[in-house]
Design a protein around this ligand. Structure first.
Ligand SMILES: [Zn+2]
Length: 86
């Protein structure tokens, strides 16, 4: 993963983090995702400058907790019932 400083796509170590840029919580919410009607979570971007691959992370622990309360959990195997052996 890019967070570890290595690109999973091209294995380059040319990885840069936008975790500390001031714009991530800007007025337009351009680098955030909606959690609910009244809540958004800012994202940290990690970019591989060799191949352009991007990973984004929600860094705020409170927002992560909020997501577990308000979003639907994706259950492993639910969308591929044919593969279930039980
Ligand atoms: Zn890369």
């Amino acid at each position: 993963m890019l967070k570890s400083g290595t690109c999973p796509k091209c294995e380059s170590d040319e990885v840069y983090s936008g975790a500390t840029i001031p714009l991530k919580k800007g007025p337009f919410g351009s680098n955030s995702i909606p959690i609910s009607l009244t809540s958004i979570a800012a994202l940290d971007n990690y970019v591989c400058t060799r191949c352009g691959y991007i990973e984004r992370y929600v860094c705020d622990a409170e927002k992560l907790t909020e997501i577990t309360e308000k979003w639907s959990k994706v259950t492993a195997g639910e969308s591929s019932a044919a593969e279930t052996t039980k």
